[in-house]
Design a protein around this ligand. Sequence first.
Ligand code: PLP
Length: 396
Amino acid sequence: MLSEKIAANLNRSSWIRAMFEEGEKLRAIHGDDKVFDFTLGNPDTEPPESVKNALKKLAMGDMPGIHRYMNNAGFIDVREAIAAQLQKESGVPLTSEHIVMTCGAAGGLNVVLKTILNPEDEVIVLAPYFVEYLFYIDNHGGVPVIVNTSPADFQPDPQELEAHITPRTKAVIINSPNNPTGVVYSEQSLRRMADVLEAKEKEFGNTIYVLSDEPYNKLVYEGIALPQVLQIFKNSFVINSFSKSLSLPGERIGFIAVSPGLEYCNRIMDGLIFCNRTLGFVNAPAMIQKVIAGSLGEAAAVNHYREKRDILYNHLIDLGFSCIKPEGAFYLFPKALIPDDVEFAGIAQKYNLLLVPGKGFGWPGYFRLAYCVSLKTIEGSLPAFEALATEMRSKA
Ligand code: PLP
């Protein structure tokens, strides 16, 4: 029989499966092209040519040893390339000694949490949040503490943060560009967070780590420059992946970068490498490590995502929805037209629109649209949103 904990977690996330099954049902009845599925953050675009070419070259070539076990931190040349790229972007001096290659950001987050958490340590998660964080924290005996961002703009709220820090706080997870809102946390917000954390570290005599989950960092619009977490927070880990930036989610490739200023940096690196091994990842997949090393500065389909964002966002605003215009990632997080977001998502299904209720991200009353779908789906969905808004208005 299942463990009690997994059984409880399955129950808690059963609505996700129910939604998926509902989508399958609608597709079977109406056909794929009549169902507008905005539920999954699974990019519909292909990886860039450079990635495909590198993969072909590697597969056709005969590099001795490419398929063997390696250092659990990953190939040294790949880690060097990532360190150099991050140094260029952040201005922070980094070497391969600060990088661990991981099985995506999900693998990286689990490795960091495993490395730093003692039982019952608290990890702050900013809402709205990527729901998997709660399970990852639980995986390693931690306790999630939810702190709301500012409802006006979904930026971190330093006062809320301060009010939730206790002597057991071990870490704060931040995610910008954010899933589900698409919001980019401003430099000012992050610096204010850093001030709060520093004061609390002094008060309690503890280190509070920042885990910056950045899989969308290459998907930013209007030329926005992302604030550099490694510069702002001394005790920080950047966790990143190529799932979204290079459209490679199935290949499970990402990395952890530790801030060179991190206290006990070498010891922590030893812990990360040990946990990468003993969580059973052993090392990140070999061939795809080599492949991404040649495409580090690239981003797949940013202009396509921006076009899709603009079409959908403008249409929703014209229909009277309220929504913050996202500056990154590929999500919109509008307010539902009735207070009950689950009921709203149910009504949307009548129009073959599949949305995720905000409740799933710890933020009821809203819904998430993942617009990493085809332009045809976006354009086909516009009359359905209009019909939905008309029905809701007629009931108001
Ligand atoms: N973090 C966030 C915010 C995500 O949205 C996702 C995937 O959707 C992940 C982490 C996991 O990404 P990966 O495929 O790199 O494990």
